[in-house]
Design a protein around this ligand. Structure first.
Ligand SMILES: *Cc1c(COP(=O)(O)O)cnc(C)c1O
Length: 421
């Protein structure tokens, strides 16, 4: 229970804000000075080449956002109206919205506790229930790679295409390989709060030169090779601006530094919070190098103070020796720092609620009402029937800005410790 009054930080610590440098505008200014203020130019060409090299794929296509990259990758994968797509449920809505643009049907797959990502057991169940499904849309939550070995094996077994939403995990590796290089087509994001940024922007990654050419054509209104504006396909205005590409190009040199800084933040939290009944967001230490984009924690079940959430509000009780995500978030906020709840699972969102949700046993038995943890416990393994909801209920994202000082972080740690007094 938080009852201390700890003095607020002088400068606000954000969850994850853009990190700019003196030379951040160098290539963008070059575009300005040479009048390449459009969706063509050297910055785009260089960015595409360098990101492809870094990720280890043949082609990278610079687009307006991560979301538009996901949209074009779903189209390139061949996803059409009525197609079922197995999709990570614990994610940002930008993963799923492009499926809706195309009229496809997402089927949401539960999480596991080792990485908080798509549970291979639940994916296997989903294929048993819907064996004709041809697509898996996989997310690497908060920069932590999913269980790719298992998931790739299942995709192979059922002849399904994997596509990766690596928007949050740019620079993270699994078995020494970059996320965003495992799927047939993949997407990353340069949104303002990601590990590096162009202010906005995203990229589609693929080994298919033909697919990359298609994406470039679609993203510039699908012009045919003709003297006039000739159109044979639906087009989009999705190409990245050369100014944004200039900012992203400069930021690319900072990727390693940002990952190093975020990693330090993660381990300082881990050390500072030692002894509390919490766990940091976990990853497979023998296989993964996350990019540590966000540091998160989850409260042990037995140390959860009561907390309820309606669709738009929350309430919690203060209890001795226990705490809850909202108590911690409020306490952090009171000292001028920003945390955030875990993504609310997609199958619990009013807009997506009619789609199917599959856990490790198949269809979840019942809907949950009030949830302190993930609702009903499945007596077969004594785990919540809905693990993604359990993580949402007990977890939170900590202030993870790479510009926060050690003193700032010590204060935040002190506040979190005080929540459990
Ligand atoms: C940020 C994000 C996106 C969308 O990227 P934008 O560049 O903001 O469009 C997609 N998926 C996930 C998981 C994200 O975190």
């Amino acid at each position: 229970m938080y009852k201390k009054h700890i003095k607020a930080l002088e400068n606000k610590v954000w969850l994850s804000s853009p990190t700019m440098y003196e030379d951040s505008m160098q290539y963008a200014m070059e575009a300005y000075n040479t009048n390449w203020m459009s969706t063509v130019g050297e910055n785009i060409n260089v960015l595409e080449k360098r990101v492809a090299e870094l990720v280890g794929c043949k082609e990278a296509v610079a687009l307006a956002s991560g979301t538009s990259s996901i949209h074009l990758m779903t189209k390139l994968a061949g996803i059409k109206r009525g197609d079922k797509v197995f999709c990570t449920t614990l994610t940002f809505s930008a993963t799923v919205n492009p499926l809706c643009y195309e009229g496809a049907e997402p089927i949401f797959i539960d999480s596991e506790y080792d990485t908080w990502n798509m549970d291979p057991k639940a994916l296997e169940k989903a294929f048993e229930l819907y064996p004709d499904t041809k697509y898996v849309l996989l997310v690497h939550l908060y920069g932590t790679p999913a269980k790719l070995d298992e998931i790739l094996e299942i995709c192979e077994k059922y002849g399904a295409t994997l596509i990766e939403d690596a928007a949050e995990s740019f620079g993270a590796t699994y078995n020494g390989k970059q996320t965003g290089s495992f799927g047939t087509h993949n997407a990353i994001s340069f949104n303002g709060n990601k590990i590096i940024t162009g202010t906005s922007g995203g990229m589609l990654l693929t080994d298919s030169i033909k697919a990359a050419e298609k994406a470039r054509k679609w993203s510039t209104q699908s012009r045919e090779n003709a003297p006039w504006y000739q159109h044979e396909e639906v087009g989009y205005n999705y190409r990245m601006s050369n100014v944004i590409a200039g900012i992203a190009r400069n930021q690319l040199d900072r990727l390693t530094t940002h990952i190093e800084e975020k990693k330090n933040i993660y381990y300082r939290y881990k050390e500072g919070l030692e002894g509390l009944p919490i766990q940091m967001n976990p990853f497979e230490e023998d296989k993964s190098n996350p990019n540590y984009w966000l540091s998160c924690l989850i409260i042990d079940k037995n140390y959860m103070a009561r907390q309820v959430r309606s669709d738009k509000e929350y309430l919690y009780k203060q209890e001795n020796g226990k705490s809850s995500p909202h108590e911690i978030l409020d306490a952090i906020k009171s000292i001028n720092a920003e945390g955030r709840p875990i993504w609310k699972p997609m199958h619990k969102q009013p807009i997506f609620m009619n789609y199917d949700f599959i856990n490790r046993y198949g269809h979840a038995k019942a809907m949950t009402n009030a949830y302190i943890s993930g609702g009903f416990i499945d007596e077969r393994d004594n785990l919540p029937e809905d693990i993604s909801m359990d993580i949402f209920s007990r977890g939170l994202c900590l202030p993870s800005d790479n510009k926060m000082t050690e003193e700032d972080q010590d204060k935040i740690i002190e506040v979190i410790r005080a929540c459990f007094e």
